[in-house]
Design a protein around this ligand. Structure first.
Ligand SMILES: CC(C)(COP(=O)(O)OP(=O)(O)OC[C@H]1O[C@@H](n2cnc3c(N)ncnc32)[C@H](O)[C@@H]1OP(=O)(O)O)[C@@H](O)C(=O)NCCC(=O)NCCS
Length: 178
């Protein structure tokens, strides 16, 4: 388990030098997270990740809601749900001004480390089938397309499903997963 702690510590250090800290979200973050979901993820769809829904996940012991903070401002967030055999990445977003600096990767790696520590090695997620940007991002992080779900979003938009198995992923001493 020591190498996993080292891995998370390295990620946190990388973010720290940018002045960004990753931590578990508080109840008070729910409104900002819900608003980011509405603007950055659910655009054009009915708003489903409302403040009360996010609050539920913040309290849920089988879920992790994490935030990347730049001072008091949220730079990004992610929500993962842990099941017995797999973990599901529900949401991930980084504000435009903070993108392409590793914040999204750091959030995903943080959650992957948590999954490993919980003995869960299969991660899955869905994204809007039209979201090429996010598909390329997840592919860079080692996720592979695993089929689609027709009209998954509000009965109108298809989803692409992507998965990653962590059991064969090496975590070198530097803490950078491949
Ligand atoms: C997808 C998203 C979370 C990525 O966050 P980010 O902080 O910019 O990602 P990172 O900086 O960690 O990028 C990691 C890698 O992905 C690549 N990447 C990021 N955005 C990319 C894009 N638009 N096209 C191609 N590659 C991209 C980066 O170049 C980087 O590769 P590198 O390590 O070789 O340089 C962010 O763009 C976002 O919030 N998008 C809107 C919400 C969304 O689509 N969420 C996902 C579905 S729920």
């Amino acid at each position: 388990m020591a190498f996993l702690r080292a891995h998370v510590a390295t990620i946190l250090k990388q973010m720290k030098h940018m002045g960004i800290k990753i931590s578990l979200a508080h109840n008070d973050d729910a409104a900002a997270i819900a608003e980011m979901s509405r603007q950055l993820i659910e655009g054009g769809l009915p708003w489903s990740w409302t403040e009360s829904r996010v609050r539920h996940y913040v309290r849920d012991r089988d879920s992790a809601v994490i935030v990347a903070r730049d001072g008091r401002r949220l730079a990004g967030f992610a929500i993962m749900e842990f099941h017995d055999e797999h973990a599901h990445l529900n949401l991930l977003a980084v504000r435009p001004g903070y993108r392409n600096h590793g914040v999204g990767s750091a959030l995903v790696r943080w959650l992957e480390s948590s999954a490993r520590m919980a003995g869960v090695f299969d991660i899955d997620l869905e994204l809007r089938a039209t979201n090429d940007m996010a598909r390329r991002f997840y592919e860079k992080l080692g996720y592979s397309p695993a089929g689609s779900r027709t009209r998954y979003y509000a009965g109108v938009e298809d989803a692409l499903r992507m998965t990653r198995n962590l059991s064969m992923v090496a975590v070198p001493p530097s803490g950078q997963t491949q």
